[in-house]
Design a protein around this ligand. Sequence first.
Ligand code: NI
Length: 164
Amino acid sequence: MALRNIVTQGEDCLTKVCRPVASFDSRLHTLLDDMAETLEDANGAGLAAPQVGVLRRICLVLDEDTEEYIELINPEIIAMSGEQTGLEGCLSVPGKWGIVTRPNYVRVRAQDRDGNWFEAEGEGLTARAFCHEIEHLDGHLFVEHVDHFLTDEELQDYISEDEE
Ligand code: NI
């Protein structure tokens, strides 16, 4: 396994529509293993393939309940409900945080690393991560939903309110 370089906002690969994965081969498995290591190293909640310069429909999402990464290949959101408004950031937009409204519940259909279809669901932060990462695969960043980025002071206030 190896760490991959995370590209940042301004790079072309973050604005492209990614292609579906057709080959569930050792090259895909190496990419998934590298993405997991990169995500763990960055202490993030999710990572999409375009963030490491690969224009394929692949992402990893941290499941807040099991604290494990779910590998999603060719994922689609098949159901959503409710609404949540909360803090969001992105490894490709370092140091910037904004308030984004997302569905509170999301169900996705995706393939695993061997090509088997499965469904996964999540609420709260996991639902937020599903939306954020799958959006990356169509070239979108969370910043498109943000009116203004939080100042350091606002960020501290937000975090301390959240802990109360
Ligand atoms: Ni992101």
